[in-house]
Write a protein that binds this ligand. Structure first.
Ligand code: HEC
Ligand code: HEC
Ligand code: HEC
Ligand code: HEC
Length: 169
């Protein structure tokens, strides 16, 4: 056997042994107990705080908005996709039906142009056939610079929601 091959074999053997030792030392204790994953990860995830309530839970108090949405183009968007995690709001908002909601129960109301453009801005950099993650035939996209950009009187850009009702655009 040529000498350089011998050396390579030795080097590889050392690397493999080191790998096997390190693998034993670094592998988390519960790994492999019930499959190729860390068993304790399930419990750890169960203990995480829950923040989302689910769209069904909004119907009780916002029936009208829910039915507006259900009959419009945004039917498939979940309320919390725009308003953010709402579990606390769902649990406690009822007490404030006749007064103002405290800050801790207010939700985000993404009504600026940039908020709608997250999904609706045409992206020329996106190569259509290969990488188009947002299919233009599924979500209609507009060009932010051309689609109603400037209010001629105030010289300011109109917000999308000045013309489109977000719950039934
Ligand atoms: C138990 C009743 C109740 C439930 C359930 C509920 N809400 Fe509300 N919500 C209210 C009340 C009361 C207000 C304050 C009065 C109003 O604006 O209608 C409010 C206001 C809001 C506002 C405006 C708040 C602001 O910042 O101006 C948003 C947005 C909202 N709710 C979204 C949701 C979403 C999304 C859900 C479901 C995940 C939901 N709500 C579930 C009672 C409820
Ligand atoms: C596409 C994003 C989007 C979705 C999806 C959405 N909302 Fe909204 N919502 C908004 C925006 C933007 C506003 C602020 C409207 C404004 O200021 O005129 C708003 C306002 C509200 C308000 C305050 C009252 C009002 O009419 O202005 C409530 C309550 C509300 N939404 C509840 C809901 C509920 C319940 C759902 C699900 C059935 C939902 N929203 C789904 C974007 C959305
Ligand atoms: C999370 C992604 C998302 C966000 C954010 C969003 N939309 Fe949509 N929008 C959709 C989807 C999905 C549809 C349904 C597919 C379609 O018909 O384009 C839609 C449809 C529409 C349509 C109808 C297009 C048509 O087919 O004629 C309009 C108008 C619209 N959205 C306006 C808005 C406005 C205004 C906002 C901001 C308040 C907004 N959208 C925010 C995903 C989104
Ligand atoms: C001055 C009013 C006005 C403003 C502001 C406005 N739109 Fe529109 N939008 C319309 C009208 C009217 C139509 C339908 C006619 C058309 O296709 O141009 C429309 C159509 C659309 C469509 C469907 C396009 C298609 O190909 O069928 C989408 C998506 C849309 N708007 C999203 C938005 C978003 C996102 C914003 C904010 C960045 C916005 N619009 C701002 C009036 C407006």
């Amino acid at each position: 056997m040529p000498q350089q091959i011998k050396r390579l074999v030795i080097a590889f053997a050392i690397i493999i042994v080191l790998f096997l030792i390190l693998q034993q030392v670094l592998r988390p204790a519960s790994f492999g107990k019930t499959g190729h994953y860390r068993f304790l990860a399930i419990g750890e995830n169960e203990m995480k705080e829950i923040n989302y309530a689910g769209s069904q839970s909004c119907i009780k108090c916002h029936e009208e908005i829910n039915s507006d949405k259900a009959s419009g183009y945004h039917a498939k968007l979940k309320c919390e996709m725009c308003h953010g995690p709402s579990l606390k709001h769902v649990r406690f908002a009822e007490q404030f039906a006749d007064s103002e909601l405290p800050d801790s129960l207010l939700l985000s109301k993404p009504g600026e142009r940039k908020d709608c453009l997250v999904c609706h801005q045409i992206n020329a950099a996106r190569i259509k056939i290969v990488f188009d993650t947002i299919d233009n035939s599924v979500i209609k996209q507009i060009d932010n610079l051309k689609h109603n950009p400037i209010n001629k009187k105030t010289k300011e850009a109109l917000n999308c929601i000045d013309c489109h009702y977000p719950h039934q655009p």
